[in-house]
Design a protein. Structure first.
Length: 166
């Protein structure tokens, strides 16, 4: 029986390319990739899906995409405080966490299952259960969703699952 109840995703470097685009007026925009929102909908019957970001200056940009467009919860949580934040809200063993940053290994070591994109920091990749073949924002979240469906929920026929979910 599956023990996972929650999927927590870091925003920058996972949904985005991790780059911050600045001008003299400040942070202007972030690059989000295709298919990730559609893929996450395939997990709705199985997991609560939550997003975290440590990017205070770019939080409104992330909020526009995640809260307004995707209709998902987003929380501002510093990278080095995430495991404490998770422990205060969830059973860490019931959490799947997707991250890429230099502090994410602190979470990966204490939760049930961890996933990182190909271009994650070396520290993150050294502690993770699964490293994707795609970089953040390049359909990586969709790849991670397919991995979760196959490996965690034993759904081997993704095409049939997608057809039945539509």
């Amino acid at each position: 029986m599956n023990v996972f109840k929650t999927l927590i995703l870091d925003v920058d470097g996972v949904l985005t390319d991790g780059k911050f685009h600045y001008s003299e007026t400040g942070k202007l925009f972030k690059v989000f990739g295709p298919d990730d929102n559609d893929a996450l909908k395939l997990l709705d019957p199985f997991l609560e899906i939550v997003f975290v970001s440590a990017d205070k200056r770019g939080f409104e940009i992330s909020k526009k995409r995640i809260v307004d467009d995707m209709n998902r919860p987003l929380f501002l949580v510093k990278g080095n405080k995430r495991i404490e934040w998770i422990k205060n809200r969830y059973n860490p063993r019931e959490v799947i966490y997707i991250g890429d940053g230099i502090f994410d290994f602190l979470v990966f070591d204490k939760i049930g299952y961890s996933i990182a994109p190909k271009n994650a920091s070396i520290l993150a990749k050294s502690s993770v259960n699964f490293v994707g073949e795609n970089n953040g924002s390049e359909r990586f979240v969709a790849e991670a969703v397919f991995h979760i469906l196959k490996e965690i929920f034993n759904i081997n026929d993704l095409k049939s699952h997608i057809k039945n979910t539509l």
